[in-house]
Design a protein around this ligand. Structure first.
Ligand code: AMP
Ligand code: MG
Length: 416
């Protein structure tokens, strides 16, 4: 299979996401459990928002045309109250605090700061005037009863949670979390709670991947380490068959002991790519094991075992797919939007030189402030350098044609 460019690989995955024909199962949970989940229902406004013409300021309700003369103060209302007196007439004003309904008869609210007031009379400060509609949010200006507020497929963050609460959604229906099997391969690996022999390596990839999966809303299942034999891999991969996604780390670089593709083929897997022109992560594999009588289809990512390669390829390729499998982008009409990785732009705070030919993802530090964002590579010993990876907070993307990027140039970063 030919090596794909990075954008071809991303496009390949996106087309598989758009072609997903089934949605995950759903479950109903309380709003308090909903953060980070993906909405499976459409949510509409249960009433007009705001439900009454709202004063967004502490101030005085009046008729804008009267603003030039002293006004008789009839009283005041606070949020939650309604003016119980007679409707406001010419030459009159009623104090209305933030969130209070504007009394009928008034067509503007003048801010407290812009008037001189005593117990009986309110006069606008010299030079101040009022416009009809000023400081009144009309009933239904934000949404009308029945308006669609949130589509199925929306990931619920703080903004969405607050909106759900405002329409009384104490319970919400969300998509089930996709199960992700995480299988680390390698004769040299030992579990985190074992003491490694002098030439052995702790299985760090499985734990990094599990954290990433959790962050994206999947349900990680770390499987026992598989040895580099065809038999061990075949058994381990078959045992992972119940999960919607399989993340394999190691054993995809066509080395002598790399039986991963072989074991997948035995289960009828088809491959969409078996290498991408990126560094780190060039041997990355993407494929699918079709549904059989017992199991649904399973999306498979073979991630190179070097720890930074594993993280970059999982972040770039597997996590968007996981978001789609979790129902993100499902939409109301059945048409699916492919979730993508999170990229941003920043200025290079130092020049960067690389050999051209591959899209590079260099561990880098993004510093951002009100003034903008700068980025610089952390420096690293290569794709095994977990230390540099942890000092970084993003990956600087160096396009394949670049051999040098100048200090101050705009650069793309992959956020994590
Ligand atoms: P591989 O992709 O299997 O050829 O492995 C490439 C490098 O990554 C080797 O140095 C492995 O020891 C290391 N490696 C493979 N799997 C893991 C893992 N699960 N955790 C930490 N390092 C790993
Ligand atoms: Mg290996």
């Amino acid at each position: 299979m030919p090596l794909l460019s990075c954008s071809e690989a991303l496009q390949t995955i996106a087309s598989k996401m758009q072609a997903l024909s089934t949605l995950p199962a759903t479950e109903t949970i309380t709003l308090g459990q909903a953060h980070g989940r993906v909405l499976a229902q459409a949510v509409s406004a249960d009433r007009d928002q705001p439900p009454f013409p709202r004063s967004p300021r502490d101030g005085y309700a009046l008729r804008a045309a009267d603003a030039g003369s002293p006004l008789a103060l009839l009283g005041g209302i606070r949020a939650g109250e309604q003016w119980a007196g007679k409707p406001l007439e010419q030459g009159e004003t009623i104090e209305a605090m933030t969130g209070a309904p504007v009394p009928s008869g008034a067509d503007a609210v003048v801010m407290l700061e812009h008037v001189a007031a005593d117990a009986a009379t309110v006069t606008l400060q010299p030079g101040r005037s009022a416009k009809a509609g000023e400081n009144i949010v009309p009933q239904g200006a934000e949404a009308h009863a029945g308006d669609l507020l949130l589509q199925p497929g929306t990931r619920l963050g703080p903004a969405e949670i607050a909106l759900l609460a405002s329409v009384g959604a104490a319970n919400v229906t969300v998509f089930a979390r996709p199960a992700v099997a995480i299988l680390s391969t390698g004769d040299e690996l030992v579990a985190v709670d074992e003491t490694p022999g002098p030439m052995q390596i702790r299985n760090s990839n499985a734990h990094g991947l599990a954290a990433m999966v959790e962050m994206i809303g999947g349900e990680p299942h770390i499987l026992p380490i598989a040895a580099d034999t065809r038999e061990a891999l075949h058994a381990a991969i078959a045992a992972a068959r119940g999960a919607q996604m399989l993340l394999l780390s190691g054993g995809v670089s066509a080395g002598k002991y790399d039986f991963v593709e072989d074991a997948l083929l035995a289960l009828g897997a088809e491959f969409y790519f078996t290498g991408v022109a990126i560094q780190p992560g060039k041997p990355a594999v993407f494929g699918r094991i079709p549904a059989d009588g017992t199991h649904d289809e399973q999306w498979v990512f073979g991630l190179p075992g070097n720890p930074v390669s594993t993280q970059v390829t999982a972040l770039l390729f597997a996590m968007p797919m996981l978001r789609a499998l979790g129902g993100e982008g499902a939409g109301a009409s059945g048409e699916r939007t492919a979730p993508g990785s999170f990229f941003a732009e920043a200025r290079l705070s130092e020049a960067v030189e690389v050999r051209p030919g591959l899209t590079r993802f260099l561990p880098a530090l993004l510093l951002s402030s009100l003034a903008g964002a700068t980025v610089r590579p952390t420096g690293w010993q290569g794709s095994g350098d977990l230390n540099a990876n942890a000092r970084a907070n993003c990956y600087l993307v160096v396009p394949p044609e670049a051999s040098r990027m100048e200090q101050g140039a705009a650069a793309t970063v992959l956020l994590r």
